[in-house]
Design a protein around this ligand. Structure first.
Ligand code: FES
Length: 131
């Protein structure tokens, strides 16, 4: 089993692990919109094999990030709503700057991909400066 930890809190809330897909359904260079424990999640399989999981709506308005255009080689996703640019390797906004996608932890167990949903009672959302 391998895992990566995300999130933007300094404490460690209890995590509920949810099976969301398999590596056969999410090849390197692909993104996938999934639901995990009632949360919308954008799964990202980066070139080289690392996984990322972010809150699935654009930080601007509630448009699904998975519907945007993603260029795996430079990691940049362009939202189809109003063309904001986000780096899916880091989860940081490029244009405009000052946005950060909420990152969930991920893990794999064989072919199974899991996302960890913090059980902290908070709404997990993407953030921009001033919001
Ligand atoms: S909804 Fe994504 S840029 Fe406006």
């Amino acid at each position: 089993m391998s895992s990566s930890r995300g999130g933007d809190t300094t404490t460690a809330p209890e995590i509920k692990w949810v099976d969301v897909t398999t590596l056969g359904e999410l090849w390197e260079g692909e993104v996938l919109d999934v639901e995990a424990a009632g949360e919308r999640v954008l799964l990202v399989h980066l070139p080289g094999g690392e996984l990322r999981a972010y809150q699935g709506f654009c930080p601007h308005q509630e448009v699904l990030l998975a519907d945007g255009d993603w260029e795996p080689d430079d990691g940049v996703l362009v939202c189809h709503g109003h063309l904001w640019e986000l780096d899916l390797r880091s989860g940081i906004g490029i244009n405009p700057a000052g946005c950060r996608l909420y990152a969930y932890p991920t893990e794999t167990d064989g072919e199974t991909v899991r996302v960890g949903i913090p059980q902290d009672g908070l709404r997990h959302h993407n953030r921009c400066s001033g919001t």
